[in-house]
Design a protein around this ligand. Sequence first.
Ligand code: UDP
Length: 322
Amino acid sequence: MAQKSVLVSGAAGFLGSHLCEALLAEGHRVIGIDNYATGNSANLEALSRAPQFSFIEHDICQPLQLSGLDYVFNFASPASPFDYARLGPETLKVGSYGTINMLDLARNSGAKFLHASTSECYGDPEVHPQPERYWGRVNPIGPRSVYDESKRFSEAAVMAYHRYYGVDTHMVRIFNTYGPRLQPTDGRVISNFMTQALLGDDLTVFGDGSQTRSFCYVSDLIDGILRLSQSGEHLPVNIGNPDEWTILECAHEVLAVTGSKSRIRYEPLPVDDPARRRPDITKARDLLGWSPKVPLREGLQRSLEYFQQRAKEIAASRSTQI
Ligand code: UDP
C-alpha cells in the first residue's frame, strides 16, 4: 500500500513491536501506543530511532483524540495466562472499553481496523483442529475467562462496528506464537523453558505434558497479519502453525536447541488449561496464500541469542541477591 498513517496499540508488546517494525519497513508512518501494563520499553529501542515512528504512552481504556489515521491495529492486552491472571480486571477492561475506544478512533478517522484476537476464543475445544466456524468451548467464569471473554466481546464489538457503522474491519485469531522479545518472565511455555534451560533450572512441565500446542514463529505470524490487513475479509481468520507438539516434546526440543542438561519437573496443570490446540489454516491458505515457513526447531534456534541475553541478566541479578 502507499504510505499510510498507522496506529498500533500494544506497540511495546511482543507482537506489537514486531508489527510496528514490519509496518515501518513497508514505508508507513507508525504511531505506537502502550501503557506498559505488560509491554516493555526495551522493545521500542530500535523503533524509537526510526524517524517515521512516534510513541504515545496511553491507556486505551481512556478515549484518545487523533485524526488523519488510515489504519488502526488493536494489539493492546495482557496475553500470557500468567499476566492475565495477575491483571484480571485490566484484561477485561482493555478488551471492552479499550477495543471500543480504538474502534471509535477508526470510525471517526475513516480508518481500516485490524483486531488481534486469539485461539482462546475456542476455549478447551472438542473440535480438532479448530476451524474459524467452530464457536468454541469457553468457561465463562473460570480463571481464564478474563482473557477469553474479553477477546470474545472484542470480536462481537468489531463485527458490530462493521455491520452497523460500515467500518472496514479485520480479525486475526492468533495461535501460540514465539520468538525474540517474548518476556522471559511472562510464564509462557517457550519463554519459561528457554530461560530455565539456559539457567540450568528444572523445566516446569504442567500436568503430564501430554497437552498439545502448535507454535508459530513470529515472522510467519506478522506476514499473515499484513496479508490479512490488505484483504477484503471481515470474518475471523486463524493464523498459526498447524505443526502440533505435546508440551513434553516441546521441552525436549528446547533441551536439544540449548544443549542444556536441565531436568524436567512436573507441576500441577492449571485450571481449564486446554488439552489440545491446533489451527485449521485452510482459510488463510486459500484467502491469503499464506502458510508458515519456520519449523519449531529453527524458530527456537533463531530465538536462542535473545534468550541467552535475558538469561545472563537474570543470572547476574540472582548473583547480586546472594
Ligand atoms: N506450560 C508448562 N510449563 C510452563 C508454562 C506452560 O507446561 O512453565 C504449559 C501450559 O500448562 C499449557 C502450555 O504449556 O498447557 C502452553 O502454555 P502457555 O502459558 O504458553 O499458553 P496457553 O497456550 O496456555 O495460552
